[in-house]
Design a protein around this ligand. Structure first.
Ligand SMILES: Nc1ncnc2c1ncn2[C@@H]1O[C@H](COP(=O)(O)OP(=O)(O)OP(=O)(O)O)[C@@H](O)[C@H]1O
Length: 351
């Protein structure tokens, strides 16, 4: 583990904002802290940078306790939503700044700055001042500035949230490719689900200052630990059923499952995990609505008093009123104990 956060708690005016947060980040990993607004994501990042003194707990970098170190002593760089650039320095000088403080010689500085200008694709604006370049270019320059000093870890707090969605996607691609190419260790904060799923190797899911789930992206998203954590990451279908022998028996069919309890529970799956098929003998679902959501269509299906949501790519042969059936890929089905009496009765689908 390159970075370890141990039992960190934080409060503002005795109002608890982080409650015993513990997680680790491996070298070369991109870990996303994901959670709704106000869940404590920025406070957590500020605690790691040292901009906030932690009330309780400790922070270790490469095994060394840095909890009481000043921000500039930590070897951690950060990139915030608003680009951090000196307005009186050109892009090139901004990137060189940290290297000059470190007293590297001019040749080394020039080499490093030129490499970063190339990696961040900002060579053409190297002699511009921050007020002469776009928001996206400013953020690229800020990232180059953060990378210049070879930080052990880079923290990014919603760095692309001020950019339009096309540019945001491009910046995400750039970060992911840089992270893989240079083996960067990044802790990234976002409340954008697509950004989180696209970028993360690991996710720490925060809600009300507590970690409610953590682990590899696929596991946290498709096999959430709790119903609360499932709901924080978008829509999910829930079907009540019971495990009998090795099968999970539900009103829409039986599924082979390794759910450890022979009892009632919930089968759950994300709307994009299942596939709509037609022209089969067992068409039991009726298409109730089809809505465009971004690149996908959100299709609501009904069987008896159950409603199922499916995200699908535009399908010109699918109409409201059609009867269809569903394919359920095993790896994307999840079973859990029903601790909320949550079912897919009409009007109750989660989101
Ligand atoms: N300086 C402060 N003084 C008092 N309360 C604060 C301060 N900063 C944040 N808070 C409170 O702490 C809680 C967590 O805030 P924080 O900014 O860490 O959340 P967040 O998950 O980053 O939210 P967002 O996604 O909206 O940026 C919120 O209830 C917020 O109002």
């Amino acid at each position: 583990m390159i970075l370890e956060i141990n039992q960190v708690s934080q409060s503002y005016d005795q109002h608890s904002v982080l409650d015993h947060i513990t997680f680790g980040v491996e070298k070369g990993q991109l870990l996303t802290v994901f959670g709704p607004s106000g869940s404590g994501k920025s406070t957590l990042l500020k605690s790691i940078t040292g901009l906030l003194e932690v009330d309780k707990g400790s922070i270790l970098l490469n095994g060394k306790d840095i909890t009481d170190q000043k921000p500039h002593e930590r070897g951690i760089a950060y990139v915030f939503q608003s680009p951090l650039l000196f307005p009186h320095l050109t892009v090139k000088k901004n990137i060189a700044f940290g290297l000059e403080v470190k007293k590297l010689n001019k040749k080394e500085i020039d080499m490093k700055v030129n490499t970063l200008l190339g990696l961040l694709k900002i060579e053409d604006i190297k002699d511009h001042y921050p007020n002469q370049i776009s928001g996206g270019q400013q953020q690229r320059a800020s990232i180059a500035r953060a990378l210049a000093v070879d930080p052990a870890v880079i923290l990014m707090d919603e760095p692309f949230s001020a950019l339009d969605s096309a540019l945001r996607t491009k910046m995400g691609e750039l970060i992911k490719s840089l992270q893989k190419k240079l083996g960067l260790t990044i802790v990234f904060v976002t409340h954008d689900l697509n950004e989180c799923l696209y970028l993360s190797d690991e996710i720490v899911l925060l809600n009300h200052g507590k970690i409610v789930d953590q682990g590899a992206t696929h596991d946290v998203y498709y096999h959430p630990k709790t119903i609360e954590s499932a709901k924080l990451m978008g829509e999910m279908n829930w079907i009540h059923g019971k495990k009998i022998d090795q099968q999970f028996v539900t009103p829409i069919g039986s599924f082979p499952c390794d759910f450890p309890y022979d009892q009632e529970g919930l089968l759950s799956f994300r709307p994009q995990s299942i596939k709509i098929v037609k022209n089969k003998d067992d068409n039991i679902f009726k298409v109730i609505s089809i809505d465009i959501i971004g690149r996908e269509h959100r299709v609501v299906l009904r069987y008896d008093n159950l409603e199922i949501i499916v995200y699908t790519y535009p399908d010109h042969f699918l109409q409201i009123g059609d009867e269809v059936s569903l394919l359920f890929p095993k790896d994307y089905l999840h079973y859990c104990v029903d601790d909320t009496n949550k079912t897919n009765k009409l009007g109750e689908n989660s989101g």
